[in-house]
Design a protein around this ligand. Structure first.
Ligand SMILES: Nc1ncnc2c1ncn2[C@@H]1O[C@H](COP(=O)(O)OP(=O)(O)OP(=O)(O)O)[C@@H](O)[C@H]1O
Ligand SMILES: Nc1ncnc2c1ncn2[C@@H]1O[C@H](COP(=O)(O)OP(=O)(O)OP(=O)(O)O)[C@@H](O)[C@H]1O
Ligand SMILES: [Mg+2]
Ligand SMILES: [Mg+2]
Lengths: 223, 223
């Protein structure tokens, strides 16, 4: 059955788009059928994966970015478009904007799993309580319980502060934190400037390897 | 007369709050009367400058954070509160959320100057065209022309990519770019975790010095 994963966090610039893109492409590279949906009006996922922000085909309330070769990529043509039925897909990954308004709320309601990228910085940490509370308050989808997975991102191994924050998060959120964490890798910005994922730009980079590990963790560990 | 400065950029996590906070405190330390207004429902400016996110006094449609000793700090108690009249102030600094919706639009309309923090990363660069276009399309405030100032932030001196992007920006936006640029300084995150600006946490840090330089540039150079 199809599993819907929402990448959400109301804090800006914490790696939602980078995570949605690289998890989707990582799962696709593992042989899964994946649809990535960019719910941010800024269309950053589209910008990161298409060389020209101009190659979409209209499909009713949706744009289909067929020029994107790495994963099937859609974005809404109308603000409150209902999410498209995706029965032929193993995974649908939703990239959310930096707020908890309608798009994010609908993404949470449609999701089986919520992936919360977490930057180990004070302001990003403060926002974590709010998104976790919102996920818990979101009505369940059928019988199965919605699961939350916090993903530490942009980690700098040399930073004592990041280390302390990470240990703190492990203690408090033991059941809801991913085993994988994503290191800081300057190559992400460069890859997006070419309209490619880091898998396609440099598969040996530490960033690509980390998201490949996350894709395996999702495949093996999330039920 | 009072000069209103809006810190705006629809891209998330590019340093709007850090810039609004440190420009406001920097101008205050230069002897000016400054009011900082946090327009983001996430109240990150409040979190960065108050040890407890709980010490506000109500003033009609506004919260006044009197526990903040470094600068006068307000935030809205109602979503569409009109900006408070501030005739006794030399500067009003507005921290905007990561979008171009109502709060940001009203901030732009109220502003004499728009300060756009710019992270030298591909996705942040792509968004620049949009905010600049929105500022130009915003109706003028009286006779004076509204000015736009792009501020390069989180610059890593070792990064060739940042250097290239910066030179590119200088070429294209010569008249609208600040002379000051803000280096990456891990001390910002730590200072905010103590509810203090970096001026109060460590005035000798490269981050504090850079914002002191920006405050001087605003005082001397912006008309
Ligand atoms: N692990 C990483 N290492 C280095 N840079 C990264 C990493 N992850 C993301 N980035 C960069 O950090 C910036 C912010 O990331 P991204 O745009 O994915 O965050 P976001 O949460 O989607 O932002 P927004 O809130 O604006 O939607 C981008 O320029 C991106 O290329
Ligand atoms: N010059 C800098 N050096 C290092 N870290 C910085 C710098 N400026 C800001 N930061 C950190 O980067 C993160 C994002 O900055 P900030 O919250 O100010 O951005 P923002 O644009 O206001 O984000 P949002 O879109 O969520 O409102 C914060 O954790 C902040 O402490
Ligand atoms: Mg994004
Ligand atoms: Mg902010």
């Amino acid at each position: 059955r199809t599993r819907v994963i929402a990448c959400a966090n109301q804090k800006g610039g914490v790696g939602k788009t980078t995570t949605a893109v690289h998890l989707a492409v990582g799962l696709r590279r593992a042989g899964r059928r994946v649809r990535l949906i960019d719910l941010d009006p800024q269309r950053n996922a589209v910008l990161s994966l298409c060389e020209e922000d101009q190659d979409a085909t209209s499909n009713g309330a949706w744009w289909v970015w067929s020029s994107c070769s790495e994963v099937e990529l859609w974005s809404p043509a109308e603000r409150s478009a209902d999410l498209p039925a995706s029965p032929d897909f193993d995974y649908v990954v939703l990239d959310c904007p930096p707020n908890l308004e309608n798009s994010t709320q609908r993404a949470l309601e449609a999701s089986d799993h919520v992936l919360v990228p977490l930057q180990c910085e004070f302001l990003a940490m403060e926002g974590l309580t709010q998104i976790l509370a919102r996920v818990r308050a979101t009505k369940p989808k059928g019988d199965a319980r919605r699961t939350v997975h916090v993903l530490p991102v942009m980690l700098e191994p040399g930073s004592g502060l990041h280390q302390d924050i990470l240990e703190d998060v492990w203690r408090h959120l033991a059941d809801n934190i991913c085993r994988t964490w994503i290191p800081r890798d300057p190559a992400f910005s460069e890859a997006s400037s070419y309209g490619r994922s880091l898998f396609s730009q440099n598969i040996r980079s530490i960033g690509a390897r980390a998201y490949a590990k996350l894709a395996r963790e999702v495949e093996d560990g999330w039920t």
